[in-house]
Design a protein around this ligand. Sequence first.
Ligand SMILES: [Zn+2]
Length: 489
Amino acid sequence: MLYRAAISLLAACLVAGNVDVKAEGKKMAWPDTIQRLLENTRPLRFKRGGRLPLYLWPAMNPGKLEAADAEKLVRELDRRGVGLVCAWDWNRKEESLAAALSVARAQKKLGQRINIDATSSLYSFFNGDERTAHIDREGKPFWDGSFGKKDMGCPFALDFRQEDIRRRIEYFADAYAKEKLEVGFVFADWEIDGPLEWNDAWEASRRCQRCREHIPGIDTNFLQFQKDLRDIRSRLQKDNYADPILLRFPKALVGNYAVYPHNGFRYWYDYFEKYGEGQPALADQGARYRHWANEFEQTGYTFAMPVVYTWYGTYLWYDFDAPDYRWFYNMLLVASNPGQYTPPSIPVITFVHWHTTSPPDKPDPSVKQMSEWAYQELLWHMLLRGTDTFFLWCGAEEQVKEVSLLHPVWAAAQEYGEFLEKGTPVTFDVPARPGTVLSALRLGSRLLVRRTDFTSDTRPVTLKVEGRSVAVPAAPSQCQVLTLDEQGS
Ligand SMILES: [Zn+2]
């Protein structure tokens, strides 16, 4: 996620939320982002049932509301299937707690999930204290500035920072526990802080006498270095964020941006990450898929939070003639990974974003925006490959367009609630060239199938499921419910 942009948007929402919207006897209005959201979405036609709501960056932080207004807003968003999220903002803790509690009380009263953004409370473990810096051979402290945060320091110097962070989470969580407000969903966008192995981090740690003591073989073994850092990173998240929440709210969904089960590889780069020559990776045309440590299990997180974005650089990795397939291919690889490797008991809540993400100042004109059609097809395939719900991230200026693409797909999918709730994905294949892409959820002998064609060949194709098969005809922009043939016939 574009952290800085995200936070400034968050701040804007909070400011808007604090405006006395009822001043001068005017009609009730919500902060701009929320007002626009309500005006540009329709109530659901098919019931959401007990499934997770849709999360949208614009549906956050309405400010401190009177009880009746909070209930009205929670109800209006729920009619559209959208969950309202409030931040636990440590920088203005009393004010932020009061605003969040006003919404939480309404959510409890209406039987809705209480949704929290804990991001700001987790920043920063690396708070500029010199004790958290690396130490060179002469004993002098130094930082690694390669991530855009000036005080990224030594992974082995963070123990004393934990209590400060944990107490912030406890401060908010205790206030909810005291009022018997059962927290249901807590996410964080904790990215550039704590141990990270990319950019110049390996080089910095090799220069640091403390890191050298802790990691034998640090000069040559990047994967060991990665594992050791991710172990620490996971423990920081578990002990100071996940555990304090789960101790008080054992059923809560707790997770963090970009932390999810996977097959050992990551198919995308965040905006602040770069590939280092010589680091082990899987090559696929111009792409370099990085080895990724198994960090999810050790965090104690109770939901997975993959990131499926149109990162600018992705388009240039591949040579496919069909421009859309350059995006679609990569994003389906990214989405299928947690879909396949996350246990069914762990929901997958995936961050999505359509506008070309994090372009440089002078973008290459050959990089074509993903088409709206391909993006909406991708969303369908994600739902049929294990994504339980989406979390839209976007800037304020992108909001109307982003919501207009995502919400209708999610709303239409509710028609197939039984499949979404009880169905099992049957394929995670991603064709290596533009062609026919199939995804399906299985319920007994029935399959909910999405077929998307990137060539003009629209003949039926066969989908095989555990020795049984079904012919899938072309059905542009539609889902099909098909029945598997009898075993062996
Ligand atoms: Zn160090």
